[in-house]
Write a protein that binds this ligand. Structure first.
Ligand SMILES: Cc1cc2nc3c(=O)[nH]c(=O)nc-3n(C[C@H](O)[C@H](O)[C@H](O)COP(=O)(O)O)c2cc1C
Length: 214
């Protein structure tokens, strides 16, 4: 097994270190953030740092890179207060990756890809048509991570859309049925498969599968 110390990591060429550190902690969720500016121009960008923060109230977060260059998604969210989160289906990966390209703020990634914007229930921000799981969110707060000048943005979930076949009777969502992808680092895309699902673990109790009963 290779062993890298902090010094080894620090001494690596930056692209190599970025690939290694971005992928070694595991698969990440792969989502498209849809926004619209005050000027009505839409924007779409891929983010793999969406994290569940809590269920009651339903909150999530994402990490934004330092604002040393224009960040259209962030600017739109700050201007309008709304964004959508759309899981990437396996058939969308090339277009989803394309949204990471640096386009000027007057150019919409919806016009540069085959991804189609759609609006639901008068929500301000655009969703991605055919994304199997879509959330409409509002901006709540942000925290500067002063160690590297990234920003942790907190959002409140206001709307959730997904088809009934994906949801088990107890609310658990079987993501492999949605065929949504995970990312490895900043350029790899993978299709995970559910292996099992277990009952709540209790001390000294055998682990019990509930995949086929839920
Ligand atoms: C797989 C992947 C994941 C990404 N995840 C993030 C992320 O979590 N946070 C971030 O700030 N940028 C992330 N990016 C980079 C943004 O997609 C990129 O900066 C994009 O141009 C932002 O668009 P915007 O300026 O229109 O908001 C990611 C890129 C890729 C390819």
């Amino acid at each position: 097994m290779n062993h890298y110390t902090l010094q080894d990591l620090t001494d690596m060429p930056s692209r190599y270190r970025a690939n290694l550190m971005n992928s070694c902690t595991g698969y990440k969720p792969c989502n498209l953030l849809g926004t619209k500016g005050k000027n009505e121009k839409t924007n779409l960008a891929i983010f793999n740092s969406i994290t569940h923060i809590g269920s009651n109230p339903p909150l999530l977060s994402f990490v934004l890179r330092p604002t040393t260059v224009a960040r259209n998604t962030y600017q739109n969210i700050k201007e309008t207060g709304f964004f959508t989160i759309n899981q990437v289906h396996k058939d969308m990966i090339a277009d989803a990756h394309h949204t990471s390209a640096k386009y000027e703020d007057d150019i919409s990634e919806f016009d540069k890809t085959d991804l189609i914007s759609t609006y639901r229930n008068d929500f301000f921000a655009p969703y991605v048509d055919k994304s199997p799981i879509q959330l409409g969110c509002s901006y709540v707060n942000e925290y500067l991570i002063k160690e590297n000048n990234t920003i942790l943005v907190i959002g409140a979930v206001e709307h959730l859309y997904l088809s009934n076949e994906l949801i088990h009777p107890d609310g658990w969502v079987q993501l492999d049925k949605a065929e949504t992808v995970s990312s490895i680092g900043l350029d790899g895309y993978a299709l995970p498969e559910v292996l099992n699902r277990f009952a709540y673990a209790k001390p000294d109790q055998p682990i019990k599968s509930i995949l086929n009963q839920s």
